[in-house]
Design a protein. Structure first.
Length: 288
């Protein structure tokens, strides 16, 4: 079996489960395919096909085939994140044994015919006895992002694995490590994957549109590097004015933005191949 399929062995056995989303329920079923009828499943797996989506009668039907270990005690959930529906599956224990071919089908109630993207989270985490996944929230006060003369705030939402003794482990809950910044007041959310941490700070109104900008730093695991974004909300969507990969500094991220004359610059430290060392760099922030 190819290594790709070995990853899939950890994903999805469940049977007749109602998975609650942020909007409508999703009915997810998975059925074992008799050995005499696995030809189509094998062909689709060999092609590494994504979910087969069919939209009809205000529903979305998503189908995919898997070669799965025969494990019990599976549960499923589905969440709406922006324009995506993400199906995740968990199991309270790992197992050994034979693998069988299965057909996964998710039926999504979609009366408004929203063009959702649907996929199954392949970064599946087995939980040890007594462990659970909890959602945590960090709150930040920002400036006037939408130009209504009132300071805005943001809540960063993310999952973590909580151990049996109620301590928080280093696991993000899912290997994809989603973190979502929720602003409210009609301001679009920002969702980052492969993201272990997310910090947001206020910046002044640099482009003169009456809305203050923000700087967002994200990083994966406990590594040394940040992804730095200078972002501006134009009343409809977020725009990236500058982006850089930066080594950690003790100073605040907002202190990286320095005005010189009429221009603003993003200052940061990064590896330089010419010097073979970490060096100071700067990037002009594009305001128009």
């Amino acid at each position: 079996m190819k290594p790709y399929y070995l990853l899939l062995l950890l994903i999805l056995p469940l049977c007749g489960i109602k998975a609650q989303t942020d909007a409508k329920p999703i009915t997810i079923t998975i059925s074992q395919i008799p050995d005499v009828s696995v030809t189509d499943a094998i062909k689709k797996l060999e092609k590494e096909e994504i979910l087969d989506l069919k939209k009809e009668n205000s529903t979305i039907a998503a189908t995919k085939y898997y070669n799965l270990l025969e494990c019990g005690d599976y549960t499923a959930s589905a969440k709406v994140k922006n324009d995506s529906i993400i199906i995740t599956v968990n199991n309270s224990k790992g197992c050994d044994g034979n693998s069988k071919y299965y057909k996964l089908k998710a039926v999504i109630d979609n009366p408004k015919n929203i063009p959702y993207k649907v996929w199954v989270d392949p970064a599946f985490t087995f939980l040890a006895e007594g462990e659970r996944i909890e959602t945590f929230r960090n709150h930040y006060l920002l400036g006037d992002i939408n130009g209504d003369k009132i300071k805005d705030s943001v809540t960063v939402e993310y999952d973590r694995v909580v151990e049996a003794n109620d301590s928080i482990s280093g696991e993000c809950g899912r290997g994809t490590c989603y973190m979502t910044a929720k602003f409210g007041n009609g301001i679009p959310d920002i969702t980052e994957s492969m993201c272990y941490g997310m910090d947001l700070e206020s910046l002044p109104d640099m482009n003169g549109d009456g809305r203050e900008e923000i700087i967002m730093a994200t990083y994966y695991s406990h590594g040394c590097c940040h992804n730095i974004y200078v972002l501006s909300y134009d009343g409809k969507k977020w725009n990236t004015l500058a982006q850089a990969n930066a080594f950690n500094d003790d100073e605040s991220d907002a202190a990286r933005v320095i005005k010189k004359g009429r221009n603003y610059y993003l200052h940061y430290k990064n590896w330089d191949d010419d010097y073979g060392d970490i060096v100071e760099k700067k990037k002009r922030i594009k305001l128009k």
